[in-house]
Design a protein around this ligand. Structure first.
Ligand SMILES: NC(=O)c1ccc[n+]([C@@H]2O[C@H](COP(=O)([O-])OP(=O)(O)OC[C@H]3O[C@@H](n4cnc5c(N)ncnc54)[C@H](OP(=O)(O)O)[C@@H]3O)[C@@H](O)[C@H]2O)c1
Length: 257
């Protein structure tokens, strides 16, 4: 299947490791040029070299996307370098656990800025450039805990991941037909050095029990599997798909909607 991504430009935030890096790698294999960012310059440059090895031109910008002006700089520099922006993959995100009563305004502002506002800001800056093309798309990395209850201690994560799905649905209406907007909801994804990998190494028995009780396919997901779904959503083959949130979770989630 030709995905129709050859020669296009994609921006992927938080792509120095994990899911974001695998998305950048797959988009590169499909012929995209890529702009990536993360805070740690050395890790970002190492990831950029891996993506270049797939044949892509890569712009790697070390930055903290929660800092004022940085999302806009990412977009402007990508457009200056490549002369077009076709795809934005809003991958950057994190978790901060805590009881609702204990969380401060600062906790809320930090996570809202990282998991939600960074994507609003990159998207808003990129949309005018995306409209110059003929097949633009935005894809946000939410979570199954944006679609259903994550549990106690996850109010920041649950709320921000739900907000991403919500805004993508409204954006899909407003930006059609020029720009498609979707999200994916990964389940528990394990990759070397990631949070699940660390937990498996620290508490293997507990994690084996977690897999048995929670993961229908009896294993963790792989970052490559998320990257494949995202790459499809960003491609011309997904031309009828907008306003969708796709679970990539091996049957882990339980929501009916
Ligand atoms: N892994 C899972 O099981 C899972 C499940 C569901 C959803 N997700 C979602 O998928 C996305 C990626 O998850 P992951 O597990 O691959 O994450 P990860 O391993 O923590 O990687 C996060 C990436 O974002 C960068 N980053 C973090 N804060 C940043 C900031 N303020 N500015 C710029 N870059 C920043 C990190 O590099 P630096 O630290 O150097 O900045 C890194 O490249 C997240 O949105 C996450 O919520 C993950």
């Amino acid at each position: 299947m030709d995905l129709g991504l050859d020669g296009r430009t994609a921006i992927v935030t938080g792509a120095s490791r994990g899911i974001g890096k695998y998305i950048a790698l797959e988009l590169a294999r499909q012929g995209c040029n890529i702009a990536i960012c993360a805070r740690t310059a050395a890790d970002l440059e190492a990831a950029a070299d891996e993506v270049r090895a797939e044949g892509a031109e890569v712009l790697a910008l070390p930055m903290d996307v929660t800092e004022a002006g940085e999302p806009e700089r990412l977009v402007e520099d990508a457009y200056d370098r490549f002369g077009r922006i076709d795809t934005y993959v809003g991958n950057v995100g994190g978790n901060r656990r805590g009881d609702f009563e204990e969380l401060s305004d600062e906790d809320w502002e930090d996570l809202i800025n990282l998991n939600f506002m960074s994507h609003v800001r990159v998207s808003r800056a990129a949309i005018p450039y995306m409209r110059e093309g003929d097949a633009a798309s935005i894809c946000y990395i939410s979570s199954i805990f944006g679609r259903e209850l994550g549990g106690a201690g996850l109010s920041l994560y649950n709320t921000t991941k739900s907000a991403l799905i919500s805004v993508s649905k409204v954006m899909a209406q407003e930006l059609a037909p020029e720009i498609r907007v979707n999200s994916v909801a990964p389940g528990s994804i394990r990759f070397p050095g990631g949070s699940w990998d660390q937990r498996v190494k620290e508490t293997p028995d507990k994690m084996a029990q977690f897999v048995e009780e929670n993961l229908a396919i009896e294993r963790f997901g792989r970052a490559e599997e998320v990257a494949d779904a995202v790459t499809f959503l960003c491609s011309e083959r997904a031309s009828l798909v907008t306003g969708a949130c796709i679970n990539v979770d091996g049957g882990q989630s339980h929501s009916l909607i």
